[in-house]
Design a protein around this ligand. Structure first.
Ligand code: XMP
Length: 517
């Protein structure tokens, strides 16, 4: 296992994902983690991430000095390289400005880190890598024992190493895809230099999670709120494999789900896999609680509150339930840890059952809390969940409740469900669904004029939203081909009586949020 000490770079999570993709388990700790905790984690190697600070200022973040005496390899990336240099007695000087950009670095001699890697080779024998460089502060004098393994005209110490101790520093970012050989460089470090094997594979992950879940819960009963989303679905499949009938899932149909969603969840889990699922039909309760409410945040509160109320009622009927399982994943854990130390982080309260454990005197079981989303998907596939379910776009907890603008009515939800299903069906049919990050229809409770035969009619409007995004914090509207939009619009207008106009949302986030409410 590898430990990554986080100095706050935007791309630290990417380092972790690349290391895991190389089949090696790793975790992210804050740079100021006490050394005892690091020793307890017992890493085979440490990676120091990049960060926004400058080593040349007083009181800048430093790695615990003791890690350099732990006799394990260390790789410093960007800021990590600089702090390693400074902490080992070298010199770092301030550059004028921090820049992030493409560069060609020339390798020197042979190093284990770049062994057999190159993007270009000249007749003279010179070998080059294409990398994404961070210019800013730079190393100007090496600590004792170090030599240069890569340079550029502006960065004579772009790569440095003390191979006897297994210390490496690079000024560029191997975790971003612009560094062509980046993935291989990280593999060289974790496999060849640290000596870690490729054990972190979906099969192994499942096996070790099954063992630890069994050890944790013993003979106790476990309950899980199953939503049909990726994370809770994977938890259900995993727990079913681990503890079978000790698991009871509660699926609440709030009347704000997509077309046939409830049936599909029952089909996949109850029928195919034999998971115990209680389906609660609570449409009327949700709809009557929402009557007359138009404010989005009020709607969210009502839907969330009602969910908890119903979930508690159902859970109370399950005798001996000692554990509440949740689909918390590693980015959620990192985000909440970051929010504790940094103040500016906004957190979505996407776990609808927050607050329940204390009230119900029940313990939390979070088997996915060490996994990234792509790992969750891979083990979901390995567990036999349908591909479509695993690669589904995110769907908000309040569901269609925030996609029907203003007051929610059953009539609106029924119209929207039909329009949305046609939209998604055509995206799948044209192979666009998985290229888009999130797509859905929005119901606008306004009527516009339609000419039906000779008569005028006043029917509702539906807006189509589709975005491309990496982190859902910013997003671009997706450029769906006009022909496909035409087909979707025709079908909705022809097949959904009550909707006579379809519009396409071409707003980016910011400022327009992905959901309309
Ligand atoms: P916005 O609309 O804020 O959405 O750009 C960003 C992402 O969050 C989802 N979203 C929600 N998820 N409960 C949820 O569980 C909510 O109340 C909620 N509001 C937005 C949205 O679908 C998108 O993926």
């Amino acid at each position: 296992r590898i430990l990554i000490l986080d100095f706050g770079s935007q791309t630290t999570q990417l380092i972790a994902r690349r290391v895991r993709e190389a089949g090696v388990y790793c975790e992210l700790y804050s740079y100021d983690t006490p050394v005892e905790e690091i020793r307890k984690f017992a890493p085979r190697g440490i990676i120091l991430s990049g960060g926004p600070e400058s080593v040349t200022e007083a009181e800048t973040p430093r790695a615990p000095q003791e890690i350099f005496d732990m006799k394990i390899p260390i790789l410093g990336i960007c800021y990590g390289q600089q702090t390693m240099t400074a902490q080992l007695g070298g010199t770092v000087e301030a550059g004028d400005k921090r820049e992030f950009g493409y560069a060609r670095v020339r390798m020197h001699g042979h190093s284990k880190l770049f062994h057999d890697l190159r993007d270009e080779q000249e007749d003279s024998g010179a070998e080059w890598l294409h990398v994404w460089m961070s210019h800013g502060d730079r190393v100007t004098r090496l600590p004792a024992g170090f030599k240069v393994i890569a340079e550029t005209p502006t960065a004579p110490f772009a790569g440095i190493a003390d191979e006897a101790r297994g210390f490496y520093g690079i000024q560029f970012h191997p975790e971003v895809t612009h560094t062509t050989q980046g993935r291989s460089i990280l593999q060289r470090f974790v496999h060849d230099i640290c000596g870690c094997g490729s054990l972190w594979t979906p099969g192994h992950i499942i096996e070790s999670m099954v063992q630890s879940v069994r050890a944790q819960v013993g003979q106790d009963e476990v309950i899980l709120g199953l939503s049909g989303g990726v994370d809770s679905s994977v938890v259900a499949a995993l727990l079913h494999r681990a503890i079978g009938k000790q698991l009871t899932c509660i699926f609440v149909d709030n009347g704000l789900l997509r077309l046939n969603e409830g049936d599909q969840v029952m089909e996949t889990f109850a029928r195919h896999m034999g998971v115990k699922v209680i389906r609660v039909d609570a449409q009327d309760r949700f709809l009557s609680a929402l009557k007359g409410v138009a404010d989005p945040e009020k709607k969210r509160k009502i839907i969330g509150g009602m969910f908890i109320e119903i979930f508690e009622e159902e859970a109370a009927r399950i005798k001996n339930a000692r554990w509440l399982a949740q689909g918390t994943i590693y980015p959620d854990v990192i985000e909440s840890a970051a929010a504790k130390t940094k103040k500016a982080h906004v957190i979505k309260s996407h776990h609808n059952v927050g607050g329940l454990p204390e009230k119900m005197n029940i313990k939390l079981l979070e088997p996915l809390r060490e996994l990234f989303k792509d790992e969750v998907r891979r083990i979901g596939e390995e567990l036999g969940l349908p591909h479509q379910m695993i690669y589904r776009h995110p769907f908000p907890g309040p569901g269609l409740g925030v996609r029907i603008l203003g007051e929610v009515k059953k009539e609106y939800a029924d119209l929207l469900r039909k329009a949305d299903a046609i939209y998604l069906e055509e995206l799948y049919r044209h192979n666009l669904y998985e290229k888009i990050s999130q797509a859905f229809a929005v119901f606008l409770p306004v009527k516009s004029v339609a000419v039906l035969g000779d008569a005028r009619a006043y029917d509702y409007v539906v807006a189509l939203r589709a975005v491309e995004t990496v982190d859902f914090m910013t997003a671009n509207w997706a450029h769906i081909p006009y022909e496909v939009l035409g087909i979707i619009s025709n079908r909705i207008i022809n097949e959904v009586r009550g909707i006579s106009r379809v519009v396409y949302d071409i707003s980016g986030k910011p400022p327009a949020t992905i959901e309309w409410e």
